[in-house]
Design a protein around this ligand. Structure first.
Ligand SMILES: NC(=O)c1ccc[n+]([C@@H]2O[C@H](COP(=O)([O-])OP(=O)(O)OC[C@H]3O[C@@H](n4cnc5c(N)ncnc54)[C@H](OP(=O)(O)O)[C@@H]3O)[C@@H](O)[C@H]2O)c1
Length: 171
């Protein structure tokens, strides 16, 4: 982003591009939830209303910004925004307040697709599984993105599959 803020997409994606099913995650990955928490802590998180509903509550130690067209939407610990631009504006102000420069975009499908063209970094958990689903992450164009960090993780207790954790930067 021009103002020095970085937009970071954080997602767990199956080998078939699936990220969600019936309003929930299509897998159980306890270790990845810990990884997600570490990545997003003390930062603003921007999400669509359905992702918020699937989490069910505001994420602690983060500024929760929920995009919705419903002017009546309200939830404890959440800032509502009527558009992606309004959400990013709120997130920028929160970054200044917190002294961070990273806006973490955490889904779902349409929000990721809208942010992909101007995202600065992708924090991708590539789940080694191809579950059925109804929400997808856009494909990661190898001409636009290069992997700068790659770690393989075996499935631990509470994990349905092994996965790799990859950080991508723009070429
Ligand atoms: N694997 C992962 O890492 C991951 C991450 C996130 C989510 N997910 C999964 O993805 C699914 C949810 O994603 P989703 O794509 O269905 O929904 P979503 O993007 O979370 O939410 C969609 C809703 O957000 C609001 N919205 C989105 N863009 C907007 C815009 N430009 N302006 C105004 N409002 C906007 C609208 O809310 P209103 O209808 O209220 O107007 C829209 O119906 C769940 O299954 C969830 O578990 C997976």
């Amino acid at each position: 982003m021009k103002d020095g803020m970085k937009v970071v997409l954080v997602v767990a994606v199956g080998e078939n591009g699936v990220i969600g099913r019936d309003g929930q995650l299509p897998w159980r990955l306890k270790s990845d939830l810990r990884h997600f928490r570490a990545l997003t802590l003390d930062k603003p998180v921007v999400m669509g209303r359905k992702t918020f509903e699937s989490i069910g509550k505001a994420l602690d130690r983060r500024t929760n910004i929920v995009i919705t067209r419903d002017p009546k939407f309200a939830a404890e610990g959440v800032d509502a925004a009527a558009s992606l631009d309004a959400a990013l504006d709120l997130a920028r102000k929160d970054c200044v307040r917190r002294g961070t420069d990273e806006i973490m975009v955490i889904g779902g499908g349409g929000v990721f697709a809208d942010c992909m063209p101007f995202a600065d970094r992708l924090e991708i958990t590539h789940v080694h599984a191809s579950p059925a689903g109804d929400v997808y992450f856009p494909s990661i164009d190898p001409a636009a993105w290069r992997a700068v960090k790659h770690e393989e993780r075996a499935a631990g207790p509470g994990d349905d599959a092994s996965f790799s954790v990859v950080t991508y930067l723009r070429r």
